[in-house]
Design a protein around this ligand. Structure first.
Ligand code: UDP
Length: 360
């Protein structure tokens, strides 16, 4: 595991493996996210122990980071000699460790396999495709991913449709999250505010996009109070283009540090709407039945649109975005259903499949 969404997924898997004493599991943290807000709070809140290996690699270019993780993980593999390496999601850590496993001839499992946005300008899309094509076991969270993998020629016996491990953690943490007085602390009413998260390079890296994001934030604050936990990447971009101070003055805006998992789940559970460019948040809002508007041209998680509460906005044209957002807030609730097997038991299914195939 390396970055924030990984901790949420790995926590669910770790809990499921812990029920089976016949497995010995070593937890590796590459260090991509490593501070209290983006890492340590997830260990505490989701019941993950201190990792067995901390590779302490962060920062640098995509290539440099991937290469350094590969070199460090190679040493872990040679000291541990595992029968299986399991990676989750689509971050650089997942790709780096998958590559090492493949090169060293160790069996590889990918959790959250087969998701495709069709947009290769997203670094995550490249990571997903490469990891899937190296993997021996592909654990799939939604039906579209099964057909994506079959269309790419992956053998059917490697593909396991098990459901969504991120939802496992949500089911696990939801009740605890509801007890946190985050709304009271912020002076907010249930259903009376909007939550925003933004961190994709396409939305926050250039001054043009940041200007549009700022205009969007200001317009949104005129509709309802806006809670914006700011990702470190977004914050440093806002500071370096001199926009941060302007946002701090914006009335109705709660500009917050990245929130702990339980605080964040509480915030989105009670929001009138979530505006995001996150992958995982599209799924969590679908599970919670909370309306979501996603600022992306495409999504690798189409079940959140077909069955769930999600709606895509392909550009940051502010007037267009605000008209869609107002429609969603003021309109009728979209009829939704839960994607198949999003029931909190995906990790258990994964462990049972591995048990059958690998522990004879
Ligand atoms: N999240 C959180 N605090 C925040 C924002 C997000 O705990 O302030 C959680 C969110 O509930 C989800 C995960 O972080 O479980 C999503 O991470 P992120 O959006 O960074 O990654 P992505 O899913 O886009 O890869």
């Amino acid at each position: 595991m390396g970055a924030r969404p990984n901790f949420v997924k790995v926590a669910a898997l770790y809990r499921a493996f812990s029920k089976y004493p016949e497995f010995s599991v070593s937890l590796v943290h590459t260090g991509q996210h490593h501070d209290d807000a983006m890492y340590k709070v997830f260990l505490t809140q989701l019941g993950l122990p201190k990792p067995d290996f901390s590779l302490c690699i962060h920062g640098g270019s995509h290539t440099g980071q991937t290469a350094q993780i590969m070199l460090a993980f190679e040493k872990v593999l040679s000291s541990e000699s595992p029968e299986l390496v399991m990676v989750v999601g689509d971050v650089n850590s997942s790709l780096a460790c998958a590559l090492v496993a493949a090169k060293e001839g160790v069996r590889l499992a990918h959790v959250e396999a087969g998701l495709r946005s069709g947009d290769k300008s997203m670094p995550e899309e490249i990571n997903r495709i490469l990891i899937d094509h190296m993997s021996d076991e592909l654990f799939v969270s939604e039906e579209s991913a099964v057909s994506n993998l079959r269309n790419e020629g992956i053998a059917a016996d490697k593909i396991h449709f098990v459901g969504n491990v991120m939802i496992d953690s949500l089911v696990y943490g939801r009740e605890k999250a509801s007890e946190i007085p985050v709304l009271k602390d912020l002076g907010l009413e249930k259903g009376g505010y909007v939550v925003m998260t933004m961190h994709r390079p396409s939305n926050v890296d250039s001054p043009v996009e940041l200007k549009m994001l700022t205009d969007l934030i200001q317009s949104l604050c005129e509709i309802k109070p806006l809670v914006f936990p700011v990702h470190p990447r977004t914050k440093s971009s806002l500071i370096s283009y001199g926009i941060w101070d302007q946002l701090e003055q914006c009335s109705g805006l709660h500009l917050l540090p990245p929130q702990g998992y339980l605080e964040f789940i509480n915030l989105i559970s009670n929001a009138a709407l979530v505006v995001t460019d996150s992958g995982g948040v599209q799924e969590e809002t679908t599970f919670l039945g909370v309306a979501c508007v996603t600022f992306r041209k495409s999504t690798e998680r189409p079940s959140t649109i077909g069955e769930g509460t999600n709606r895509l906005v392909g550009d940051l044209d502010v007037a267009h975005a605000i008209s869609i957002i107002s429609e969603v807030i003021n309109g009728k609730k979209k009829p939704t259903s839960l994607p198949a097997l999003w029931d909190g038991l995906a990790s258990d299914r994964i462990v049972q499949i591995i048990q059958k195939k690998y522990l004879k």
